[in-house]
Design a binder for this molecule. Structure first.
Ligand code: F3S
Length: 401
């Protein structure tokens, strides 16, 4: 068995000399290090903690957090993944009083630990932005994939407790994607088709995730990519595959350090069509439209506002724009919020369709997100993936044409 070598300070933490939460955290990190063969712990620059929704945590999770909150204080910049509700406008989104009370207790526990309660899966858009090569400990799969691939930071896909353990200690075990040799691409994916819009990137993520499975893809054939497209691709490729790291030649950092691996697969137009066929269900009536998985950037909100201006959301449909609260504040300033709300749209800050308690409330969803479709099916919703234009059309007509 590998023994994790600890520094003097880490040993003090493990012995309980720096408090209960720190001791428990060090126990978690050492156990993980032993399981995965880490010889030491390393410093992390920031943490992103998932497992925030009371819907997933339940009372046992809340109790666990309260126990740690007694003396646990974060040592590095730490932000949260989406919670189970909009922390301010939960009533407007149909959340019950009971749920809201419990969710607020969860947030209170994190706040008392010193966590920044910006509940978002796009922390890199609002101030938790690591640098290239920096070691971090993040949890949410799309954010982890974005950090590793688009920014070039280094993180494993942490669970909620292990991320929190890194927050309390400032450390993570040195294994997996923290190691240079574990970040080598091992399958070449040549994309032989043009990507026309945002959902095409979700469909591409589906194709590459399925073809690469647990291997790191080195992707060629793509000549341009917007940040929002990469954000969407990150969410999809890790949902339908499993490795939270990819390289795109000429686009993402670090790709220039590698050559395409020998084993090559291709993605053709027919593969994208097949992906759409797999992601979409039979559904014509749409009762929920949600854009913002991963959470919307201000640029996406501007586009939504310009497309929905002078339109009206159907009374049979809800139209949600999911984003970080900080992003909504920018939207407020620019007047986009007023335009979207005048059309009947609602902002869903701090939360998302996967972690909010939506089961049984909606029958069919339209979204731009392949990942959103995956998780909404688990909430028993039929799903349709399309462009922002198609989603707004569905919101206005209540139909998917
Ligand atoms: Fe983010 Fe929720 Fe989608 S965490 S990536 S909005 S499923």
């Amino acid at each position: 068995m590998i023994i994790v070598i600890l520094t003097e300070q880490e040993t003090r933490m493990l012995n309980g000399e720096e408090g209960y939460a720190t001791q428990k955290s060090m126990e978690i990190l050492v156990a993980l290090g032993e399981i995965y063969g880490a010889e030491k712990l390393i410093k992390v620059g920031s943490v992103q903690v998932a497992g925030v929704s009371y819907h997933n945590l339940g009372d046992a999770g809340l109790e666990f957090l309260n126990e740690l909150a007694k003396d646990g204080r974060v040592r590095v910049l730490t932000t949260l993944n989406p919670a189970g509700m909009d922390l301010q406008n939960w009533r407007q989104l149909g959340i019950s009083q009971d749920f809201a009370e419990k969710q607020n207790l969860v947030i209170d526990a994190f706040r008392s630990m010193g966590v920044i309660t910006s509940c978002t899966c796009t922390p890199y858009l609002i101030g938790n932005l690591p640098r290239y090569g920096e070691h971090i400990a993040w949890s949410e799969s799309s954010a982890v994939t974005f950090a590793n691939s688009v920014i070039g930071a280094k993180t494993n896909r942490e669970g909620g407790p292990s991320a929190l353990a890194s927050a309390f200690t400032g450390k993570t075990p040195y294994y997996g994607l923290h190691l240079k040799e574990k970040r080598l691409p091992d399958i070449h994916v040549r994309v032989n088709t043009k990507l026309k819009n945002l959902p095409d990137w979700g469909a591409l993520g589906y194709c590459i995730g399925k073809k690469a499975e647990n291997r790191i893809p080195y992707i060629t054939g793509i000549t341009e990519a917007e940040l929002d497209e990469l954000k969407s691709f990150c969410a999809s490729v890790v949902t339908y595959g499993s490795k939270p790291l990819f390289y795109i030649q000429g686009i993402t950092p670090g790709a220039e350090l590698h050559s395409p691996p020998k084993e090559t697969v291709t993605v053709e137009e027919i593969d994208l069509k097949e992906a759409y066929a797999r992601i979409n269900d039979e559904a014509t009536d749409i009762d929920l439209v949600c854009v913002g998985c991963p959470h919307c950037s201000i640029k996406e909100i501007a586009e939504i506002a310009s497309l929905i201006e002078d339109k009206k959301v159907s009374e049979n449909t809800e139209f949600w724009v999911a984003c970080a609260r900080t992003t909504k504040q920018l939207s407020d300033q620019r007047g986009y919020t007023a335009v979207i709300e005048k059309a009947g749209g609602k902002f869903a800050c701090d939360t998302c369709m996967a972690v909010a308690p939506l089961k049984g409330r909606f029958k069919s969803l339209a979204t731009t997100s392949a990942k959103g479709c995956f998780y909404s099916r688990q909430n028993n919703m039929a799903t349709k993936m399309g462009s922002i234009e198609e989603c707004i059309e569905a919101a206005v007509t209540g139909k998917w044409n």
